[in-house]
Ligand binder design. Structure first.
Ligand code: ADP
Ligand code: LRH
Length: 475
């Protein structure tokens, strides 16, 4: 039995997975909420609580399946914890939604032209890329105590095992890694004012990170020989590894808090055109490149629901989606990737303001706001996929949507209509499947290339196909 710990920005789960007759079966044994926490010290993640939830999940998993052999951990990208020289967490990690990096972005771009930065990292500009966060961090008093900068899945792995390392997929989101050599870039470390010793070594997915500690074995009931395996620790990398594509020529959307929309390539595309289109070349499992754009995601809806609930109007997601589906097409759309939607807050008002600024009528009812978000996401998916094919020269004839958003039938149908392509929705838990299959391969229970792993996912999952009903729109 393998354990996948998969923590997204909106929720985490501990999942049991096993391989039987060439199929992978999974069971979610523990779920918990997640979200950025407002504090006087800015927006933070309560990582200590998340770790406790991981322990609770592993204990429940062991109770149900005493034969656990490996654990893999993935979380969202970019964010990190700071350790002092005794290995203690200096403070709860900042959330990438904290708007503390404005000055740091300018400072980094003074030291290196963004165009040159792109030729090294191949990374989409997002104001919260790790490089900007660590430069912002250096103005804080805690910086004096920092001995290690540890990406979040690695911090959880460190607490489970005492071993520190990281993997290419998540390191590639920091803007401190060279996309061509796949190692920390000395030039960028210097620009960010970091010694190499502050960052753990990068190891390939499939490596054994370390054995769990005696204390963890005691708290969870796991055997002391259980190892944490390095997986695609960036959640999107694990999700893309488990896109259930059986043939080449597919596009994908990893749809959750964010929408990661793109294709897989063999090599990074570091051209000026690619930078101008703000495409990213993130490291994938098995040396692949995730050529994609982060397009904003269901966060806009999650945060709207949170705002309505806070103001005394609880809405059920399922009901809202039904009402939104009954509304006519052709309503207002917004740029879901705009910076104004990053910070938490009154999302319905921000959506309305964005519509008015672009000369459109603002959606008023919760159903109309929901429809506006989904129409906008579908349009963004179509535009991004089209640009990915133009910039890469690769063609796609179908689009896979994986993750929590694959359950949203309206979004899937709108996406099929906007792209003019069949959409194949599922699996919901693609991230955990990618995590589990990399562990299983490392343990010798499955073998082969990423394509072979994807065929296992396809054979093991129930998928839904949406055909475009409208003619494709002009892009
Ligand atoms: P993350 O990993 O970023 O936390 P998930 O992949 O778990 O995100 O996806 C979360 C999103 O999935 C939610 O914001 C919600 O919009 C969507 N979702 C979850 N359950 C359903 C459902 N039953 N129907 C439609 N959408 C859903
Ligand atoms: C999705 C994700 C995405 C990143 C963002 C910070 O969970 O990892 O790939 O851009 O969070």
């Amino acid at each position: 039995m393998f354990a996948a710990v998969d923590i997204g920005a909106s929720g985490g789960r501990v999942i049991a997975g096993q391989i039987l007759d060439g199929m992978v079966t999974t069971e979610v044994v523990h779920r918990f909420d997640n979200g950025p926490v407002e504090s006087p010290a800015g927006l933070r993640w309560d990582l200590t609580r998340l770790y406790d939830q991981v322990i609770i999940g592993l204990a429940e998993l062991t109770r149900r399946y005493p034969d656990v052999i490996r654990i893999g951990i993935d979380t969202w990208a970019v964010d990190y914890g700071l350790l002092d020289s005794d290995g203690h967490l200096v403070e709860e990690p900042h959330s990438y939604r904290d708007s503390r990096t404005t000055d740091a972005v300018a400072a980094v771009h003074d030291r290196i032209d963004p165009a040159e930065l792109y030729t090294i990292t191949g990374l989409q500009f997002l104001p919260f890329n790790t490089i900007y966060q660590v430069v912002a961090e250096q103005t804080c008093p805690v910086w004096e105590r920092v001995a290690k900068i540890v990406l979040l899945p690695d911090l959880l792995a460190y607490w489970l095992t005492g071993d520190l390392a990281t993997d290419v997929t998540n390191a590639s989101t920091t803007a401190l890694m060279d996309a061509t050599t796949r190692d920390w870039s000395d030039r960028l470390l210097e620009i960010a004012g970091l010694g190499r010793d502050l960052l753990p070594p990068i190891e390939p997915a499939g490596s054994v990170r370390g054995r769990i500690t005696e204390a963890v074995a005691e708290r969870t009931g796991l055997g002391t020989d259980v190892v944490v395996t390095t997986v695609g620790s960036h959640d999107t990398a694990s999700a893309v590894a488990a896109v259930p594509a059986t043939e080449k020529g597919f596009g994908y959307v990893s749809s959750g808090t964010w929408s990661l929309v793109g294709i897989e390539t063999a090599d990074p595309i570091l051209t000026e055109a690619s930078r101008a289109a703000n495409f990213t070349n993130e490291g994938g499992v098995d040396g692949r490149i995730r050529y994609l754009r982060n397009e904003g995601g269901l966060w806009l809806l999650q945060e709207s629901l949170r705002h309505w609930a806070k103001t005394g109007h609880d809405h059920d997601l399922g009901e809202l989606l039904e009402q939104a589906a009954a509304l006519p097409a052709g309503g207002p759309t917004i740029d879901v990737g705009a910076e104004e939607f990053i910070a938490p807050g009154d999302m319905p008002s921000r959506i309305g303001d964005a519509c008015r600024r672009s000369g459109q009528a603002a959606p008023e009812s919760p159903a109309a706001i929901t429809r506006c978000v989904l129409d906008s996401l579908a349009a963004a998916y179509a535009r991004t996929l089209h640009e990915a094919t133009e910039l890469s020269g690769q063609e796609v004839d179908r689009l896979h949507i994986v993750g929590g958003g694959s359950q949203n039938e309206l979004l899937c149908q709108l996406t099929a209509d906007a792209t003019g392509l069949p959409v194949i929705a599922g699996p919901i838990e693609a991230t955990a499947l990618g995590n589990l299959l990399v562990q299983a391969r490392s343990h010798g229970m499955v073998s082969g290339s990423l394509e072979d792993l994807r065929r296992i996912v396809a054979a093991s999952s129930s998928l839904t196909r949406y055909e475009p009903v409208d003619r494709p729109r002009d892009l």
